[in-house]
Design a protein around this ligand. Structure first.
Ligand code: ZN
Ligand code: ZN
Length: 230
């Protein structure tokens, strides 16, 4: 099976590790496929403005550079480690209330998607780009205080039809609501620093190319999760 992680941050947003170094960490650990998913933060509220000011967000201005850097590194990763690197973003809608906050991974993104769009607009744009839509850490997490992101779970009746898979595990947390709700699932590290390599991951029973991976996750057959430890 393919050892995969589809939720990785770098210094393009709030990760502590530069893109090249992050790719080497995963390549040396024997991963088959990963997605780089730096935050795209909405600039329409104070959280977002702060994030933009401190450069904790990919923006419309540097998106093309972000994408071409990932493409260049993906080639190096494939040659050096046989590892597939997919470009993605984490659309980040932080609001004052955890009930109104949501983070969404867009895996295999092609064009910039502003985080200030409505949920429906974001999902339709991602679909038109044939990207995967993943609901991140959709329930209560450990050690996050008031930073949980419950909007998509609370509104799953309305939005689940757009979502290709939900994170059933994120780093050290497991969300049993996802399995109880029988939603398609994957598990990711939400990598921000090197120690986050050791966390929940996805195993996929498919060929190692981007279309097969997307299809495997969408059908959610041959998907397993594993706790990757040192
Ligand atoms: Zn997040
Ligand atoms: Zn994240």
């Amino acid at each position: 099976m393919l050892l995969c992680d589809f939720h990785i941050h770098t210094t393009y947003s709030d990760g502590s590790v530069e893109l090249r170094k992050a790719i080497d960490i995963f390549g040396q650990a024997g991963f088959d496929a990963i997605a780089i998913t730096d935050h795209v933060v909405s600039g329409d509220n104070s959280f977002g403005k702060l994030a933009h000011r401190f450069k904790y967000s990919v923006t419309a201005n540097n998106f093309n550079q972000y994408m071409s850097h990932i493409k260049e590194e993906a080639k190096r990763a494939y040659d050096k480690y046989g590892m597939l690197v997919i470009a993605g973003v984490e659309i980040t809608k932080n609001r004052l209330s955890v009930n109104d906050s949501a983070h969404i991974l867009i895996v295999d993104v092609k064009e910039f998607i502003p985080a200030c769009l409505s949920y429906e607009e974001i999902f339709l744009e991602a679909k038109s780009q044939k990207a995967l839509i993943i609901a991140c850490h959709p329930h209560y997490m450990s050690g996050t205080g008031d930073r949980d992101t419950l909007f998509l779970w609370n509104n799953r009746g309305k939005y689940a039809r757009y979502i290709d898979a939900w994170e059933i595990a994120n780093r050290d947390d497991v969300f049993n609501v996802v399995s109880l709700g029988k939603y398609p699932h994957i598990a990711n590290s939400d990598f921000h620093k090197p120690k986050h390599l050791f966390s929940w991951k996805t195993l996929l029973n498919c060929v190692n190319d981007i279309d097969s991976i997307k299809q495997c996750i969408r059908h959610n057959k041959g998907v397993a999760i594993t706790l990757f430890r040192n």
